[in-house]
Design a protein around this ligand. Sequence first.
Ligand SMILES: *Cc1c(COP(=O)(O)O)cnc(C)c1O
Length: 376
Amino acid sequence: MIEQEIQKLRHFMDRVAGNAVTSIGYPFAKGNNYHELYSLLRYPLINLGDPFIESNYQVNSFAIEREVVEFFADLFRAPKDDYSGYVTNGGSEGNLYGLYLARERYPEGIVYYSSESHYSIPKSIRLLNMKSIEISAGYSGEINYDELEESMKQHAHLPVIIAANIGTTMKEAKDDISVISDMIRKLDIEHYYIHCDAALAGVYLPLVEEDPTFDFKKGADSIACSGHKFIGSPIPCGIVVVKKKHVENLAHQYVSYIGSLDTTIGGSRNGFTPVVLWYTLKQQGRDGLLRSALESLALAEYTQNMFQELGISSYRNKNAITVVFPKPSEFICKKWQLATREDYAHLICMPGISKEVIDHFFSDLSKELHAAYVCK
Ligand SMILES: *Cc1c(COP(=O)(O)O)cnc(C)c1O
């Protein structure tokens, strides 16, 4: 490389480091150290097909990937030895996969999702060419159960496919799948499938709640989670766990080229990210993850108190690390990389964000409030 290009690379790397400091609007944890894994980057570590079946290509991380899936199956109270799943490229792929399995089982089914669902849900519905109905959500971001029930009642002759939000993107609201399953039973609907989009909250809700309202024990058929959000993988990835029978139902089966079953969405899949996830899970364990979750929850509470001190009202759902508040100025939104919708914004108290960073944000905010006051 010529000197100029080296300079360019350094400049780019500095910019990444700088922007990471003021990133509090998106749910990406930071601060993990993966030094011990660097030498793996010399190999084409690639996972082909189903991790539960050895394939011809052996420079893979299947054994580690299976352990990661097992960790989450356990966390989500999946029936023992009756689950499947794999490490995806992110929560979106997990949602696509869950809806794909649902469609293969019930091609005529209608997908019910809420107006607060992540954009990957309607995107997957389009890709899969499925029938769907969008249901409104209340102020908290939770689905409107009455409207959902009414809608299912009107279409009770068709299978029901639920895309439940376990932590919506903007307000981290949770749809209660026990409530939804009760409705389905009450309406006497025989064929149904429940997918849970637990991209952010899936990792910590089972640790902080005694009896989580979204897992396999509560009737989920598949659960998708992101690996670069709460766990903090520096490379986008995710975990999808499904009931085994849904994978066995897939039509395509054996591919002689890879010597395995093609039960995943991708072809060549990332073999490095399962190692990153495994490494973090082993380093932190359930205890470490719980500690991070409690710290995040405490920081969210602290953030709300800070808003209160400034006389700004904020909102936070139960056990959420996302704080919602009125949209501040363009300058603040840009500097702190805040996601906004309509007239509100949110910040997310992810692991790796310190109290000092939050204080810095509030010092920016109060300076602006003060200036606005002085101008008047
Ligand atoms: C982030 C997010 C997703 C998508 O996950 P990616 O890992 O970005 O693909 C899906 N659903 C919700 C609720 C999310 O917050």
